[in-house]
Design a protein around this ligand. Structure first.
Ligand code: BES
Ligand code: MN
Ligand code: ZN
Length: 524
């Protein structure tokens, strides 16, 4: 028998002894499975008992005195585990009955999964009152919460996790009627899982080529058209910003271009398919380049491709959700490093649309790769273009780490994004694009410089991007620097990668051409 110190120093990896993770990029996580049932399965070891904060005397089989004694008030996401030996009842708070909706049910589903601990088989009995939601919609919201809240990224642990994935039955009156809503919820939650997995991958593992391969595989399987530009093609296409950022790296850049064609596409007044463009920042690691970040600021910078991950993951879910509008995505991929030929502060490059840019701070690199992608995306007619990017620390200063900033040139599109985010349970807040701040980006030797003054950094970043959106194209930029990657879990959003933006995009695109808020009513 080996000595104890030897075994602890080199944990064995199942399936190999070289200690390399044996998972594909975009995989490596555990999430609960969710099914529908008409009754609590006999083998369920834990059952959720939903409780409204203003109906604590009507909680099924639990006396109010028990709840009071435990300090259980029925707040959204509050749980109380009542364990009687091998089976547990878990009281789950839903807040006030009058306010019950997708958000409360999603948070309840997430809280329930977390409270399960060891129990593998569980059931969630829907409350008899689901407010404006049908049972099917309520089941979808609970399922979404269960999957999103039960996510675990184990890809790099040497020991297989002790707890396997939980299996949760959502109990509804008519499982067949609830099936389509459940399928949609699971397709969207699965897209979030994929985005999270990509973002949680270390920057040294998820190079641009590995990212592009993982997305190619999933997108092809989903039936999308995939085009990947390699470093040579990127240079040939005049994508100067991507080339400039990639100069400091040993890993060649990529640009992934995906296309989703709906079976029965919405047509515009000319009879052409209405096309929405998505763009995502894909910096696989941001060291800052020669304008190097301090150690603390670099620690989480594997998350700097979260925009590209959210866009790619959402694209792959469009067929399953039967989205009515044609969608194309562009995700520029490179890391931002300090190699011998890295761009220097003061260097000038020419962007895809001919604009020359003086790079005074190499850590403002996201806007350089997005600029090329936005120009490319809007070269042909688009009904709208949306970009998602972990773009500025300033956005976290302004809004904290739970709320994304949105900026854009079209009030209607901004309003639609706000509504879609609300439906999805992702928080956004609009920030302005003040025309007079644009002068901060005047360069003394080129058309533009890539930084403004110390203050309002999210706004000048937005103004920079606006220069590359073709005139007349409605555009919204989402700065997801805060909510893409969390220091601590928050309801259905886990610590680390959250997949923020995926569900807002899906809610927006699924309802394209209709009122987004009608989605909830239109589903039954
Ligand atoms: N990727 C960062 C922004 C970021 C910061 C994302 C924290 C997530 C968490 C971006 O490339 C960056 O470095 N922005 C600079 C811009 C500045 C140099 C004008 C920033 O925010 O400091
Ligand atoms: Mn940076
Ligand atoms: Zn960055």
């Amino acid at each position: 028998m080996p000595r104890k110190s030897a075994t602890t120093a080199t944990p064995s990896v199942p399936g190999g002894d070289d200690r390399r993770p044996n998972h594909a990029a975009g995989a490596g996580s555990t999430v609960p499975t969710v099914t529908l049932g008409k009754a609590v399965p006999a083998n369920a070891a834990a059952v959720a008992v939903p409780a409204f904060s203003d109906r604590l005397n009507k909680v099924d089989g639990v006396r109010k005195a028990v709840l009071d004694r435990a300090g259980f008030a029925g707040r959204v996401g509050q749980t109380l585990v009542l364990d009687d030996g091998d089976s547990a009842r878990i009281v789950v708070g839903l807040g006030p009955a009058a306010k019950v909706g997708a958000t409360a049910l999603r948070k309840a589903g997430a809280a329930f999964t977390k409270a399960l601990r060891g129990h593998r088989r569980a059931a969630f009995v829907l409350p008899d009152d689901t407010g404006d939601l049908t049972q099917a919609q309520a089941a979808g919201a609970v399922a979404e919460g269960v999957v999103l809240g039960g996510y675990r990224f184990d890809a790099y642990r040497s020991q297989a996790p002790k707890k396997g994935a939980a299996s949760v039955t959502v109990v509804v009156e008519d499982p067949r009627a609830a099936r389509p809503a459940l399928d949609r919820a699971l397709a969207s939650a699965d897209a979030v899982t994929f985005a999270r997995n990509l973002v949680n991958e270390p920057g040294g593992a998820l190079t641009p080529a590995v990212f592009a391969e993982a997305v190619t595989e999933r997108a092809s399987a989903a039936g999308l058209t995939v085009e990947v530009l390699d470093a040579k093609a990127i240079e040939a296409a005049g994508l100067g910003g991507i080339v400039a950022v990639n100069k400091g790296s040993v890993h060649p850049a990529r640009l992934v271009h995906l296309t989703y064609e709906p079976a029965d596409p919405l047509l515009d007044e000319d009879g052409d398919p209405v096309t929405v463009a998505l763009v995502g920042k894909g910096i696989t690691f941001d060291s800052g380049g020669l304008s190097l970040k301090p150690a603390d600021g670099m620690m989480d910078m594997k998350c700097d491709m979260a925009g590209a991950a959210a866009v790619s993951a959402a694209m792959c879910a469009l067929p399953a959700l039967d989205v009515p509008v044609r969608v194309e995505s562009w995700t520029p991929l490179t890391d931002n490093m300090t190699g011998g030929d890295a761009q220097r502060p003061g260097d000038v490059y020419t962007a895809r649309n001919g604009t020359t840019v003086e790079v005074l701070n190499t850590d403002a690199e996201g806007r350089l790769v997005l600029a090329d992608a936005l120009a490319l995306a809007t070269e042909t007619k688009k009904a709208a273009v949306l970009d998602l990017a972990t773009l500025t620390g300033a956005c976290m200063v302004a809004l904290g780490d739970k709320i994304a900033g949105i900026l854009g040139n079209d009030d209607e599109l901004l309003g639609d994004v706000e509504e879609a985010a609300e439906v999805a349970g992702e928080r956004v807040w609009q920030l302005p694009l003040p025309a007079d701040y644009r002068a901060q980006l005047d360069s003394s030797i080129a058309d533009l410089k890539n930084i403004g003054t110390r203050f309002g950094g999210t706004l000048t970043a937005g103004l920079f991007l606006q220069e590359f959106v073709a005139d007349g194209t409605p555009w919204v930029h989402m700065d997801i620097a805060g909510p893409a990657f969390l220091a601590a879990e928050d309801g259905e959003h886990p610590k680390g990668a959250t997949g923020f933006g995926v569900r807002t995009l899906l809610a927006l695109l699924a309802a394209w051409g209709e009122d987004v808020t009608d989605q909830v009513d239109a589903e039954d």
